[in-house]
Design a protein around this ligand. Structure first.
Ligand code: NAI
Ligand code: 15L
Length: 274
């Protein structure tokens, strides 16, 4: 696949979408924006719901790739998740197939594997102690289940239709980590842009699943499949560790943040909308 230049960014009004709108143009991409909400500062953005198949077909027409961030990003009722994340993602893939788009980069989540026990060991963990990307999927929420569906959908569209996807199981992509758990999962915005660029431009990805984190000292999962795409993370959450540990302390034994990769999503997941 030639390097994509025009990319549809769905979820452009969201937190990650806003960060990527700022960072990705430096890699040479021309972004077309879409969200169900107006995108601040971008009157040209397409305002459309993932339920609107015609609007999606028009939105993907002529783009080289899609960075699919739109959807419910926290826990919600199954009905809401079904419409936005499951049906909505299928509509997006079908539109991409019909319009001959070569590649999707799909915003999957650590909550696909949220009920994975967090690894223990001396920090930094040895490579063979890190959670591998082919670990058993153990979603912690309807939200995580919908992302597992998205990964399967991506595999299906590759096997059946030759539409490539990189599914990025994003850890926590925010300007700074805000919890001790996030020290292990943090993806700095700059590394997020590096990873999405690698996912958009690497050749021959078929359907590849990668973990999305920076080069954190406290990393829990393996970045090998992301690095194989050319991703070279440059950030490390460790510079926030002393402050967060002083403020919050280590999660106590039995605390879900100390037990599961998905942390508090396994017990009291934050609800959509906030
Ligand atoms: P966000 O909630 O800030 O943004 C999601 C955007 O999708 C919103 O602007 C919303 O209006 C839009 N959206 C929701 N339903 C829609 C629909 N039916 N049609 C069109 N647009 C719709 O979430 P954030 O943090 O920006 O995350 C972006 C993506 O990355 C999400 O898919 C999320 O699940 C995923 N992700 C994010 C992580 C993070 O740390 N920020 C971690 C793991 C996954
Ligand atoms: C996610 O999947 C959410 O979309 C994001 O808001 C964070 O809560 C992140 O996981 C996390 O686990 O920190």
């Amino acid at each position: 696949m030639p390097a994509p230049r025009t990319v549809l960014l769905t979820g452009a009004a969201g937190g990650l979408g806003t960060l990527m709108r700022e960072l990705l143009p430096a890699y040479g991409y021309a972004l077309r924006l879409l969200d169900v909400r107006p995108v601040p500062g971008a009157p040209e953005a397409i305002t459309a719901d993932l339920a609107d198949r015609d609007a999606l077909r028009e939105a993907v027409r002529g783009v080289d790739a899609v960075l699919h961030l739109a959807g419910i990003s926290l826990e919600a009722s199954f009905d809401k998740i079904l419409r936005a994340n499951i049906e909505g993602t299928q509509h997006l893939y079908e539109a991409a197939r019909q319009e001959g788009v070569a590649r999707v980069v799909f915003a999957s989540s650590n909550h696909v594997v949220g009920f994975t026990p967090r690894p223990r060991g001396k920090v930094p963990l040895a490579p063979d102690e890190l959670i591998p990307v082919d670990t058993l999927r153990r979603p912690d929420t309807f939200y995580g289940l919908s992302k597992a569906f998205g990964e399967d959908l991506a595999q299906f569209y590759w096997d059946k239709h030759g539409l490539e996807t990189v599914s990025v199981r994003i850890g926590s992509c925010f300007p700074e980590p805000t919890s001790v758990r996030m020290l292990s999962l943090w993806l700095s915005p700059a590394d997020g842009a590096r990873l999405f660029h690698a996912a958009l431009s690497a050749e021959g990805v078929g359907h590849t699943v990668v973990h999305g984190s920076s080069a954190n000292t406290r990393l829990w999962w393996d970045l090998a499949s992301a690095r194989a795409l050319g991703y070279e993370p440059l950030d490390d959450s460790e510079r926030y560790a002393a402050k967060l540990l002083a403020e919050q302390g280590e999660p106590a034994p039995g605390d879900p943040d100390d037990t599961w990769l998905g942390g508090h999503f396994t017990t009291r997941p934050p609800q959509w909308p906030h």
